[in-house]
Design a protein around this ligand. Sequence first.
Ligand code: ADP
Ligand code: MG
Ligand code: MG
Length: 902
Amino acid sequence: MSENKDQKFVYDFTEGNRDLKDLLGGKGANLAEMTNLGLPVPPGFTITTEACKVYLASGEAPAALRDEVSAHLAALEAKMGKKLGQSDDPLLVSVRSGAKFSMPGMMDTVLNIGLSDESVVGLAAQAGNERFAWDSYRRLIQMFGKTVLGVEGELFEEALDEAKAAKKVTVDTDLDAADLKKLVTRFKKIVAKQAGREFPQDAREQLDLAVEAVFNSWNTDRAKLYRRQERIPSDLGTAVNICSMVFGNLGPDSGTGVAFTRDPASGHAGVYGDYLQNAQGEDVVAGIRNTVPLADLEAIDKTSYDQLMTIMTTLETHYKDLCDIEFTIERGQLWMLQTRVGKRTAGAAFRIATQLVDQGLIDEAEALQRVNGAQLAQLMFPRFDEGATTTLLGRGIAASPGAAVGKAVFDSYTAVKWSRSGEKVILIRRETNPDDLDGMIAAEGILTSRGGKTSHAAVVARGMGKTCVCGAEDLEVDTKRRRMTVGGAVIEEGDVVSIDGSTGKVYLGEVPVVPSPVVEYFEGRMHAGADDADELVAAVHRIMAYADRVRRLRVRANADNAEDALRARRFGAQGIGLCRTEHMFLGERRELVEHLILADTDKEREEALSALLPLQKKDFVELFEAMDGLPVTVRLLDPPLHEFLPDITELSVRVALAEARKDANENDLRLLQAVHKLHEQNPMLGLRGVRLGLVIPGLFAMQVRAIAEAAAERKNAKGDPRAEIMVPLVGTVQELEIVREEADAVIAEVEAATGTSLKLTIGTMIELPRAALTAGQIAEAAQFFSFGTNDLTQTVWGFSRDDVEASFFTAYLEKGIFGVSPFETIDKDGVGSLVRSAVQAGRATRPDLKLGVCGEHGGDPESVHFFHEVGLDYVSCSPFRIPVARLEAGRAAAEAKGSDSR
Ligand code: ADP
Ligand code: MG
Ligand code: MG
């Protein structure tokens, strides 16, 4: 990083604004914005992220920084009428970190910089309050010692506790000036011993050391890990805010608080926040004393309260959103210390967005950007009845949403055994590993006492869509004795527990579950227009309607039967993007498939196929009827044939036993031979997809005939079938050409026989790297492409999904190799770039080539934006994800429009 001569490294709060988050960080930009709104912000200035970048690159602060800080400090001192650390009347400041994105793991704020053995006496005299001065000084040494000099924070806490114990008091406010003076001496000793240096008495040295510590905190291990996981670039750097101190610890007429401009849970207007008298900084959230609800401030200090209410309205109108706020009252004078657009629950996000539209603060396009698919997905899970009385056992990390109830089991074996006999179970482990997989599949939900959002339990549960709470550290799990203890309670195997994967809460007993009102709405069982309509449902309806108006991407469903198709339609599907035909080969039809595989002669094979034909046809008739007027993409058989045969081990045992009894069954013997013949080392890369169609004569022809006859039947019944035939796992255009020739002939035959014109289209999946790389050639034979991003991800990465997700993905996520599994969100740089180039090559060959995606990524918010951007025509996903895809497709279109006009 080179220094630019005219570069300015320090901005006064009056010089910045909220759009300068890159340069001033979020906190600094918003402090400047509030200053310029004329709100009471203690004066100060911000050192830019650019200065931090220079420091991180070169190990030294930019040469110009020191003088710039001196100049801004001098201006601040002039404004305040006192000098930093001045002995008879010291100016004190806070040094606060603040990056563009708020980041846990960064340096804590240091308050009261400028106090020393000398100036503490001056401060006491000025304030006429000795206790206050010494309280401020001990806080400085504590915070500075911990965050700047790296002293173990516990040591200060212990000393403070001992001081309280010696005096037989429980709260810090009961310590008087003399006690605090002694504590300061003690704290200074701790610093000298632990840090190997005295606590610095020079105010400017304190300031400079604190600034440097903030710079360095950008690169703590925790901060680095957080950035990797959240995909925050590592070169942004942090800004440093220097803010003149205001004091909430001057007595009962002072205090500090936090507030929201409206309820972050419901979105409703009202007074939400906490206040603590005679306190400083984090006291209000640290739980050291009991806070009072913000509404109580009205009785404590009506003037400040009224002013705060006015300011909150100003902020909301200005930011056009819910804001959260930090404030301090110093002897009846209100000061604003921070604001930002506040976090909110999923439901509140929808409600607030439409409330703001109604208030005329934002338009519908903006409302759409204020919500997202992840929030909508959360609202679609069934949830625990809020009215129910519950016994909360503890709380962990909300790792995979949903509400699950079941009997506690502590090992996989029991989970499987109990669930087989019809019990619902919750698998409880300290942490899970690949051996627990069966139990996880069998359980309603998974609860662990260790591990975070990327632990094995969390990753695998999310992959399975199973409710999971992990890292509930209050729970003492004893797998040997099959029980867990929490607080005083003991939960034995078989006791019922309820876990909420959306909040991380764990309850004793069965909490009643209610269906999501949002799903009731999508199902058509609840109407958004009704007079008594749920406010949330009305908000969702309104935003969805807008998303549907603006989106370009169409949304289809992955559905294999009429029931799923009908539900998908209710949820807004505009067709089926993937109908898998393999289920049509299971159940009672399995025997027919066996005949097909065992057939020795053409005749036997043809018999088997013609027995399957009417069954397949019936399935398609139902499906085309359910999706009448909308496209239905039917994929020809994809999985390897051995999947339809009995398990090799089971069958071998059966045959061996029979042989021992000398009554071997002819059929079983042939079957076993076939199983051996079809056995593959790596079925995923073996005889499947189009390869089956080319090797087993008549198989694909039978499927095409079933589709064509079904379509003809619907046509003759005055329906409007729109079938599309999709060939899986094509790697080269020659494969597709052969299949197409055969299919075209079959279709022509059916058309002639039924006197219909079917207009069936034939296309292919693009799910192998070679297909993507030769998409230009493949488009010559394909009328449409559907990107099979599941297999494409497997083959591009060389990952076998079932194997890797359960084994080493946790390690990969923890090491930050990717922030999210490439099976959840499309890997834009790798898999995505193949999709992008295949789109271009395909369209170059065939401009009207229809393009879609049918992997699970079709329902993933971030991936939907990518598919919009590369120009696909539609995404296809499971019926339940359709609303999410509709919403995100709308957001992607609105976002792209916004950036065009900007
Ligand atoms: P965080 O990013 O953790 O919120 P802050 O920089 O906002 O850290 O500061 C921590 C606490 O100290 C907050 O409660 C904040 O309001 C308070 N604080 C920060 N600067 C000052 C100041 N100049 N005067 C009084 N309190 C302050
Ligand atoms: Mg803060
Ligand atoms: Mg596939």
